[in-house]
Design a protein around this ligand. Structure first.
Ligand code: ADP
Ligand code: MG
Length: 707
């Protein structure tokens, strides 16, 4: 019998808008198809002749699917994607309209993109910027009100080749780790491997709220997160939203989102309600790091777009609501050889699996050695409010290994090698009719920023709004650096088997301080981490300095991932991004306080005064203590709010006079942010006291529970 679901999803929906392998085969001559395939799979250079033929085939495919325009789709340092559309229209020698798309147009674009953040790179070098085709990520069709546009994934760089985007360094880091991993594998005798791919699966958390409510709040519109708001009587304490049944409106959103994602070849797999009310999660099946990065950008874009079709707004900010669980992006990361072997898969006997242990030790060493860089890679203004809060890892990097691996590590530290591995036992539920299931060798730990989860690491610190390009660029580079040291050592060795054991032992011994299997959310861990000397980096501003740390520069240059000039520009961009975000937040708060909250409270205070007057007039003996008490309390909070407005306004003004990006960012962090807090407190107090009918914006309860 025909399976209709399979037919419908696989044949009619999945990948229908992607110039994938099937379409390449259908639209390209065999020779061109083969040439492109070896560029994609083996990293071989692509000739201009091949590009020309690919461009023609791609255009034919796009036109057959209704496209009128094409765009070089790229990822500048704004963190969102950028595009400029060109139609396929051209004029021939007789000025007749023809549809054209050449290899040159496919390979190279020159957007007039001088307004993108460059952190000084373009001022010191040249103003030109080029987008270059990344043929390893398939082109796709975007369909919306504007029509159908052929989107060509590209990297963006300056005239002199400096990366101006997030993709170029990511691609460089993928090549770096492949280079070093292959060296190590060859030294271990695995000479059939020619390439190692980074596999990434990004779980995406997000909030859905009613769009009408959203439009009533300037803070959500301008800053993407609430800057005021007191907690409703019920929060997430009952955990009744977590994995709860999904409500109609959200369900219809998810269904449509899935169809959109599937059509773009994105393997959206898991969907569920998250811990906080209004919070959800989507996870795709993993793919290579740069495709996973492109896909995650599309996921975020489509979540926003599809939500609006359902009268909803999707919030991707890391901490949209104070006191409620924040949103993260779990970056699942592993290494897979072109012979199909997952290097982080322990197998049945991890104690004997030297390849696994060596790569595991390399990752642990890299994470410890370059912890500040990982912390930096997960930094954005919003994530400062999430890390260390409810249900989010603390701002200290540690590695969770689980019982089985921890036991193996202990054996290695004690005896040089491990002789046995504990394995998953059967689990007896105590109910006869239920099947006996085999347990995993290791339980999970949801509190660790960097957890081993069976055959991959899960970097849980990344913020929900961030591009995963940065975190993966850092991960790939730091692990490449350690693998290079390992390969250098093994190249000089006369006894590889013995020296592999020694290296595994040494790496684990030198970096055991970063391994922690307990509760990462606890106070005790923060104390213990300090004792172990693990860096605790509280803010994006503090983390940014590590771009230019001597050790980071050396490592990135050595791996060919970032030049010093590029690192300087990234640091500058980070400082600027922080200052800009806080400037917007502070000015939004000032606007809301002066135009909405203070007038509303004055109305309420006046009504209290009127009530006191009329009650006293009508009945001089009546008890008016409540009105009086409220009047005094409200007036005091009002005075505090007004004082905070004045102080915040002058601080924001002062910030604008500061010259350097770093100075400005530090001023926003150390001076403006506390003043924002001192404006928020009295307003939130007032929210709990003032007549709801007078309150000018929707409350947390309205947004989180009544969607
Ligand atoms: P959990 O978070 O419960 O472990 P999964 O096992 O389904 O959930 O994995 C979560 C994410 O990790 C998914 O996006 C999945 O595709 C991805 N993933 C699974 N295996 C790998 C791997 N080898 N490399 C990278 N990502 C992976
Ligand atoms: Mg997970």
């Amino acid at each position: 019998m025909e399976n209709t679901m399979e037919n419908n999803i696989i044949k009619n929906v999945f990948g229908t808008r992607v110039f994938n392998d099937d379409m390449r085969q259908a639209y390209l001559p065999k020779k061109t198809y083969e040439a492109l395939k070896s560029t994609i799979e083996k990293g071989e250079e692509l000739s201009p002749e091949v590009a020309n033929v690919v461009a023609h085939g791609m255009k034919e495919w796009a036109l057959a699917n209704g496209a009128t325009h094409y765009t070089h789709w790229f990822q500048p340092m704004t963190g969102v994607t950028a595009e400029k559309h060109d139609s396929f229209l051209s004029a021939d020698s007789d000025s007749r309209a023809v549809l054209e798309f050449s290899g040159k147009e496919l390979i190279k674009g020159e957007p007039d993109a001088s307004s993108f953040p460059s952190g000084g790179l373009r001022a010191t070098f040249e103003a030109r910027g080029y987008t270059t085709w990344d043929c390893t990520s398939p082109a796709f069709l975007r369909e919306d009100a504007i029509g159908t546009v052929l989107c060509i994934p590209t990297a963006f760089c300056s005239y002199t080749g400096e990366a101006l985007d997030k993709k170029m360094p990511l691609l460089r880091s993928m090549e770096a780790i492949s280079r070093q991993a292959v060296r190590v594998l060859h030294l271990l005798g695995k000479t059939d491997v020619t390439k190692v791919d980074v596999s990434v699966g990004a779980e995406q958390e997000y909030f859905l709220i009613d769009r009408d409510e959203y439009l009533k709040r300037d803070d959500l519109i301008f800053a993407g997160r609430t800057l005021f708001g007191s907690m409703p009587p019920k929060g997430q304490e009952l955990d009744d939203h977590y994995f709860g049944s999904i409500r109609e409106r959200q369900a219809s959103f998810m269904k449509e989102l899935n169809e959109e994602l599937w059509s773009l070849g994105i393997l959206s797999k898991t969907q569920h309600n998250e811990v906080a009310p209004g919070q959800h999660e989507m996870a795709p099946i993993y793919s290579t790091a740069n495709i996973a990065t492109d896909h995650n950008q599309l996921v975020m874009e489509l979540m926003k777009k599809v939500a609006r079709r359902h009268g909803l707004e999707c919030l991707l900010s890391e901490k949209p609501f104070e006191g409620v669980n924040g949103s993260g992006k779990h970056d699942n990361w592993s290494l897979i050889t072109d012979t199909g072997k997952n290097l982080l898969s322990p197998g049945k006997h991890p104690n004997d699996n030297k390849t696994f242990l060596l790569f595991l030790a390399a990752v642990i060493a890299a994470v410890d050695e370059y912890a500040p860089l990982l912390r930096l890679s997960a930094s954005c203004p919003g994530n400062d409010h999430r890390l260390g809060g409810h249900e989010a890892p603390p701002p200290v990097i540690s590695v969770f290994l689980g019982e089985q691996l921890e036991d193996i590590v202990e054996q290695i530290l004690r005896k040089g090698t491990a002789s046995h591995a504990s394995s998953g036992e059967s689990m007896d539920s105590g109910v006869q009719t239920m099947p006996v299931i085999k347990k995993d060798a290791t339980d999970r730990n949801r509190t660790s920023p960097f957890a081993f989860t069976g055959n991959k690491f899960e970097f849980r610190m990344v913020g929900s709004s961030m591009s995963i390009a940065g975190p993966n660029t850092v991960l790939n580079s730091i692990v490449a650096e350690v693998l290079q040291e390992i390969a250098d050592r093994l190249e000089k060795s006369d006894d590889t088997a013995h020296d592999v054991d020694v290296i595994i032992h040494d790496l684990l011994n030198d970096h055991q301080r970063v391994i922690f299997n307990g509760d990462g959310y606890s106070e005790e861990w923060m104390k213990e981490a300090e004792k172990r000397g693990l860096p605790k980096i509280e803010s994006m501003v503090e983390a940014t300095a590590y771009f230019l740390d001597e050790k980071s520069v050396k490592m990135f240059e050595n791996q060919g991932v970032y030049s010093l000039a590029e690192l300087e520009s990234r640091a500058e961009i980070n400082y600027e991004a922080y200052a800009k975000a806080l400037n917007i937040e502070a000015r939004t708060m000032l606007k809301m306080a002066t135009k909405q909250y203070i007038p509303a409270v004055m109305k309420y205070v006046t009504s209290l005064a009127d009530s006191i007057n009329s009650v006293t007039q009508a009945c001089p003996e009546a008890n008016i203590s409540v009105q009086k008490e409220l009047l005094i309390l409200c007036s005091n909070h009002l005075a505090d709010a007004r004082k905070a407005v004045v102080a915040l306004r002058s601080a924001v003004k002062k910030a604008m006079t500061l010259e350097s990006g770093r100075e400005q960012a530090e001023y926003f962090l150390n001076t403006v942010l506390p003043l924002m807090e001192s404006l928020r407190r009295p307003i939130d107090e007032l929210e709990d006291m003032v007549d709801k009918k007078l309150w000018p914006v929707p409350a947390y309860g309205d947004m989180l529970f009544e969607v």
